[in-house]
Design a protein around this ligand. Structure first.
Ligand SMILES: C[S@@+](CC[C@H](N)C(=O)[O-])C[C@H]1O[C@@H](n2cnc3c(N)ncnc32)[C@H](O)[C@@H]1O
Length: 181
């Protein structure tokens, strides 16, 4: 979680600097979002919330309380009391949800922060319902697409590869399959 402390310290600057760039990445995932419960692991300041809420309800998870503080303002603005979005402060490698909880799981520019990427991907897979969709992106320079793909072999089938997201991320769209199929 040491990287998370850096996000705690830079939340306001992050939000200002990366708003446009990160939106492009979330918009690339938009065509694949399923209607129904969705989790965004590493929701950050909530830059993707407007896009994600189309597939509501949304649970945003992040380890940085300061990033979530900014996301809270957006949830209040977009949600307008309808209780279709909630935020949870938690570690990406130990998600506090039952297996198969969500129809879509997304994680945008978060996985390259993890010491144990495999565990983070495993949690995304575990909490996605069979038949559901995972949309994950990472900084290509830190976690190249072929490495990311190697972490996602178990329990998923490849739907699409995403390249050149805002000139810095690559990603995968995966379908969750039953582990024994
Ligand atoms: C580059 S930001 C991306 C935020 C958001 N997805 C976006 O696109 O704007 C990475 C986020 O992952 C969170 N994060 C990093 N490591 C984490 C961990 N181990 N557990 C939970 N969140 C983590 C950080 O706090 C930060 O908000």
């Amino acid at each position: 979680m040491e990287k998370v402390r850096l996000y705690d310290q830079s939340s306001v600057a992050y939000d200002r600097r990366y708003r446009q760039i990160q939106r492009v990445k979330y918009q690339a995932l938009a065509p694949y979002l399923q209607e129904g419960p969705l989790v965004d692991v590493g929701v950050g300041t909530g830059i993707g919330l407007r896009t994600l809420l189309k597939a509501r309800p949304v649970v945003g998870v992040d380890g940085s309380i300061e990033m979530l503080r900014l996301a809270r303002k957006l949830v209040t603005a977009y949600d307008a009391g309808r209780a279709i979005a909630c935020l949870v402060c938690a570690e990406a490698t130990e998600l506090p949800f039952r297996a198969n909880s969500f129809l879509t799981a997304v994680s945008v520019t978060m996985l390259q922060n993890l010491t144990d990427v495999s565990k983070g991907v495993g949690e995304l897979v575990r909490t996605t319902h069979p038949g559901g969709i995972l949309g994950i992106t990472a900084l290509e320079r830190s976690l190249p697409l072929h490495q990311l793909e190697a972490f996602t072999m178990s329990g998923t089938a490849l739907v699409a590869r995403l390249t050149d997201l805002a000139n810095e991320d690559t990603g995968l769209i995966l379908r969750r399959v039953a582990i024994d199929s």
